[in-house]
Design a protein around this ligand. Structure first.
Ligand code: F6R
Length: 243
């Protein structure tokens, strides 16, 4: 894993956006894996700016999001489909038909997971996957204890993850209990992975990722075994990293 240390959240966002733009410009039909959450928001802002300055076009880009809450429709402001449209897709020239987010309202969730995997295969997998990390080491919604062999699947969200995400909902009761997520094996098939980490809150997780064992108890640790991972972390996130 290659680590790029940057000053702060903004510098992380600029560096992340640059990496994405390089990929989008280099490939004829780029396939991006995208994340939601607070961490990549700044990256999407940078990319929108670059698009508006005509530095990049997403016309030929396909995207696959990592995850979606079960039970929330795309029009629900708390759904990840809504997040992506609102924070990114609605402001660039991407073909919305080429932006894939798992359907949390599918009648048959199992079938939805299988179709998502098939669609990824049809696109020859992901060229660049953007990841954030949970304080418990989750990637996507793959919580501690998830098998490294998983493909896209339905998960029960850990109480700590529901609590961490409750800030977006009116009450804890409204936070969904399940989600669909790309599996760890799905994520690991990506050609390249960029992990964005910002803030002291993530410092212990980053230290464990860099120095801990590879174990299903800390899902992100699998990234140690991928041969093309770029970590972009700010000073606060690196503040507890043992040297
Ligand atoms: C989001 C996702 C999650 C987040 C993680 C960190 O699509 O899959 O794994 O990346 O929970 O979230 P933030 O960035 O809000 O700290």
């Amino acid at each position: 894993m290659n680590i790029k240390q940057v000053e702060d959240y903004e510098a992380m966002s600029i560096a992340g956006a640059q990496l994405i733009m390089e990929t989008v410009k280099r490939l004829e039909n780029p396939v991006l894996g995208l994340a939601t959450g607070s961490t990549p928001e700044g990256v999407y802002k940078q990319l929108i700016d670059a698009y508006q300055r005509q530095q990049v076009s997403f016309r030929e880009t396909t995207t696959f999001n990592l995850d979606e809450y079960v039970g929330l429709a795309g029009e629900d402001p708390n759904s990840y489909r809504y997040f992506m449209d609102d924070k990114f897709f609605d402001h660039i020239d991407i073909n919305k038909q080429q932006t894939f987010v798992p359907n949390g309202k599918a009648d048959d969730l199992q079938q939805e997971c299988e179709q998502y995997e098939q669609r990824l295969k049809d696109h020859q997998e992901i060229d660049l996957q953007v990841l954030g990390i949970g304080v418990n080491g989750h990637i996507g919604f793959n919580e501690p204890g998830t098998s490294f062999k998983t493909r896209t699947h339905v998960v029960n969200l850990a109480p700590s993850t529901r609590e961490a995400n409750a800030r977006f909902f009116n009450s804890m009761q409204e936070v969904p209990e399940q989600a669909i997520t790309m599996g760890i094996a799905t994520i690991m098939k990506s050609e390249k992975i960029v992990l964005l980490v910002s803030g002291e809150k993530k410092a212990r997780a980053l230290d464990q990722l860099l120095h801990g064992d590879v174990t299903e108890e800390f899902p992100a640790s699998i990234l140690q075994t991928h041969d093309n991972v770029q970590i972009i972390a700010d000073k606060a996130a690196l503040s507890k990293v043992r040297v």
